[in-house]
Design a protein around this ligand. Structure first.
Ligand code: SF4
Length: 372
């Protein structure tokens, strides 16, 4: 690890006890370390695990009145520095000004890492958008995660979009041709009841043939963000556990570049935790609304996209994020979160919770040192 990375890691670690105090006593009120920006409700896929695309198809006006580029630029200045940022949707590249939004937020928040998941249906717009972001991004690392939930027609079936497997593989190839050292071209696979029995074949294809810089796996989740409450999407727990084991065994040897060892250590611990929750749900002390939050397309700030406690709407605070973060709505959400154990396994939330847990963090450090 480079000296600069070590210093930044040490600075981040020094803030952790203050976040413990913030969660326990409500003081000092600290800014978030990481945020998700859900930039649009537009989507052109009809995935079996998510209803965002179906909802948009039924009523395109759901995407009217989303935060504008100017609003993002104003807001970002009031957020302050963030460690890592995720931009998602819907399909983020369906926003014509998506590259400008990313650059405006990055200028205001100066994150170390930006993560963008995409359904990779719009190859030209996606590759041009990524190139435009990189042109103006500065030293921030940009991770673009292409969704791949099956091989060949299986993928198109799960994602409800004919030709998506071809466009996804093409997107990976074209992004890699950009050859930018700040760009990590990744693949994201969601394991659900629609593909868990073929998980091994997906991993073999991604890691053996497509060979992206990074491959991550999540279990299909019920989230208010996805409008899928009541849907039956989870795979049989035994199949899900087997899939995670199969994935972990392959991932150890397959990942090639762009994934620092400390990220691998966090991921390995995340997968163990997901398995543990499948076997026996214990729950976590959640730091959403303390160390992380999600900004939704129309300005609502949520604790995260799974719990979905509403802290307020930035438009009601004249786009002053800090005023919202210190307001009564945020306080009320924190009181609820403080009194519960959470069971969400959203990966970026899980990483923040791991960072804040001495028990988990010590295991992560052990993995980092041993390279395990
Ligand atoms: S998972 Fe992504 S691509 Fe699929 S419908 Fe939801 S937002 Fe669209």
């Amino acid at each position: 690890m480079k000296r600069r990375e070590l210093l930044r890691g040490a600075k981040l670690a020094s803030k952790i006890p203050m976040y413990w105090a913030f969660r326990r006593y409500g003081r000092p009120v600290l800014p978030p370390l990481a945020m998700s920006f859900v930039v649009t409700d537009k989507c052109n896929s009809l995935c079996k695990t998510c209803n965002i695309g179906r909802r948009y198809l039924d009523d395109p006006t759901v995407a009217d009145g989303e935060l504008s580029l100017d609003e993002y630029a104003t807001l970002a200045k009031s957020i302050g520095p963030l460690e890592w940022v995720t931009f998602s949707g819907g399909e983020p590249f369906m926003r014509k000004d998506f590259a400008d939004v990313v650059v405006a937020v990055a200028e205001g928040t100066r994150p170390r890492v930006i993560n963008v998941p995409t359904n990779a249906t719009l190859v030209r717009a996606t590759v041009a958008g990524v190139a435009a972001i990189l042109e103006r991004l500065g030293p921030t690392r940009l991770v673009v995660n292409v969704s791949l939930d099956g091989v060949g027609e299986d993928h198109d079936e799960v994602r409800g979009f004919r030709g998506n497997f071809a466009s996804a593989t093409k997107t990976v190839q074209e992004l890699r041709r950009l050859s930018d050292p700040r760009l990590v071209v990744g693949v994201n696979t969601v394991i659900s009841r629609f593909n868990a029995d073929r998980a091994g074949a997906i991993f073999d294809y991604v890691q053996g043939e497509l060979r992206p810089d990074s491959h991550v796996v999540e279990l299909a989740q019920i989230r208010p963000e996805y409008h899928n409450q009541g849907d039956r999407i989870a795979s049989d727990p035994a199949l899900a556990r087997a899939a995670i084991d199969a994935f972990s065994a392959r991932a150890r040897s397959a990942e090639r570049s762009g994934v620092p060892r400390w990220v691998k250590a966090f991921r390995a611990e995340y997968y163990q935790d997901v398995k543990q929750e499948l076997a026996q749900a214990r729950g976590h002390r959640c730091f959403s609304a303390f160390a992380t939050c999600s900004l939704m397309p129309h300005g609502e700030v949520w604790s995260n996209t799974q719990r979905a406690d509403v802290l307020g709407n930035v438009r009601d605070f004249s786009l002053d994020f800090r005023a919202l973060w210190q307001g009564e709505g945020a306080d009320a959400a924190r009181q609820r979160i403080r009194s519960e154990l959470c069971h969400c396994e959203t990966s970026n939330v899980a990483y923040s919770n791991a960072l804040m847990s001495p028990r988990v963090l010590s295991r992560v450090v052990g993995r980092w040192v041993l390279g395990a």
